[in-house]
Design a protein around this ligand. Structure first.
Ligand SMILES: *Cc1c(COP(=O)(O)O)cnc(C)c1O
Length: 361
């Protein structure tokens, strides 16, 4: 089924029905969508079929579709960048498609043919290239998603799926400057436990995390820092981003042990850090170690990594009502360095020595 060539139909929107482009200075995140999307269906008999690039629009889905009841859903997030000469660029898209298949395996969903979907993605981005914003730091955010569509209420893997890709022009994350955020260390709720679905990009993880986010925001914090679910001691992630610590001359990030998302930005930062000659370690970091390092002046920086913000410096942690201020609440040297390096790579302003860029058109 994965070997059969995917036939993709192109059904372009009529010119008169093209949407007006949103105000480039007021894009927000994920609120405007382009003229076209991609979708395809899966069932056991036909495998992937009805693949089409078509006008962006509603789906008709049976209310009994399994996704609505048991949450069998997975997604990805990546971006298209406007490179030199207006050439669209994608950053490590194969890694996103591969990770989608890892999530699919965990959720008992069918795998996508990554080579063919990368071709589809390039065609879709090329078709919508005018939607890639021009402003510095602005991008076209891409959201591949798969849902279980079989109408049935018994709990088992669905026999029918819908995969789609939608795209949204988004503004620069740091429209007001690369400023550190204040983070609440969560000690009531947990995000994931070993053996669960923490390493899959599946909607349920996010639904389960919103309560903690809301409570942290009510207390004036931007995000939640998750501790491990067993001992409530080891640091896992920040919201929907991976986390890095600079303690002494060591750059440390928690290991991929099944409970955290294997971030592509995390991997890119690890690669860059090693290449730049920094001592880089993947190991468990306890909140006590962070507090101690802060107390004795060894804690230099904390920052988080993810596709949306690239790098987000952390200026303050609140743990058990005690504030830990990092680097005097200012953006750290390494956070700034990785932010600039990654952006230069993503926009093709720097030699692509890791072969991370996919050029479109
Ligand atoms: C998507 C995501 C990340 C970051 O992954 P990137 O590939 O760097 O965007 C980190 N943690 C969680 C929970 C995520 O969903």
């Amino acid at each position: 089924m994965l070997n059969k060539e995917l036939e993709v139909t192109l059904n372009k929107v009529e010119n008169s029905r093209r949407k007006e482009k949103p105000d480039q200075n007021n894009l927000g995140f994920g609120t405007h969508f382009t003229d076209h999307m991609f979708s395809m269906r899966w069932n056991r008999e036909k495998g992937w079929h009805n693949a089409e690039i078509c006008p962006y629009g509603d789906f008709t889905i049976d209310p009994a579709a399994m996704v609505f009841h048991y949450g069998q859903e997975i997604f990805e997030g990546l971006k298209a960048y406007r490179g030199a000469g207006n050439q669209p660029l994608l950053f490590r898209p194969e890694d996103n498609l591969k990770r989608l298949n890892d999530s699919a395996l965990r959720l008992c969903m069918p795998r996508i043919p990554t080579g063919e979907i990368l071709k589809v993605l390039k065609a879709l981005v090329y078709l919508e290239r005018d939607w890639i914003p021009e402003a510095e730091g602005a991008t076209l955010y891409i959201r591949p998603t798969m849902i279980a569509t079989e109408p049935a209420l018994g709990l088992r893997p669905s026999e029918e799926y819908l995969f789609f890709i939608i795209m949204s022009p988004v503004g620069a994350y740091y429209a007001e400057g690369f400023n550190p955020v204040r983070i609440h260390v969560e000690n009531t709720y947990v995000r994931a436990v070993r053996g669960g679905v923490g390493e899959a990009k599946t909607g349920g993880n996010y639904a389960a995390s919103v309560r903690a986010l809301v409570e942290a925001q009510e207390k004036g914090y931007t995000q939640v820092l998750w501790l491990d679910a067993i001992e409530r001691k080891y640091i896992e992630e920040v919201g929907t981003s991976n986390i890095f610590f600079v303690i002494g001359d060591e750059i440390i990030t928690p290991p991929l042990g099944g409970t955290i998302l294997p971030g592509i930005t995390r991997d890119s930062v690890l690669t860059l850090a090693r290449d730049l000659g920094h001592k880089t370690t993947e190991r468990p970091v306890s909140i006590d170690e962070v507090i101690e390092a802060a107390d004795n002046g060894e804690l230099k920086e904390i920052f988080s990594t993810g596709t949306a913000a690239v790098i987000s410096p952390i200026g303050e942690l609140c743990y058990n009502d005690k504030a830990i201020v990092i680097n005097n609440g200012k953006s750290g040297e390494l956070a700034t360095l990785f932010f600039n390096e990654l952006q230069d790579l993503q926009w093709g302003r720097k030699e692509d020595k890791y072969n991370w860029l996919v050029r479109v058109g």
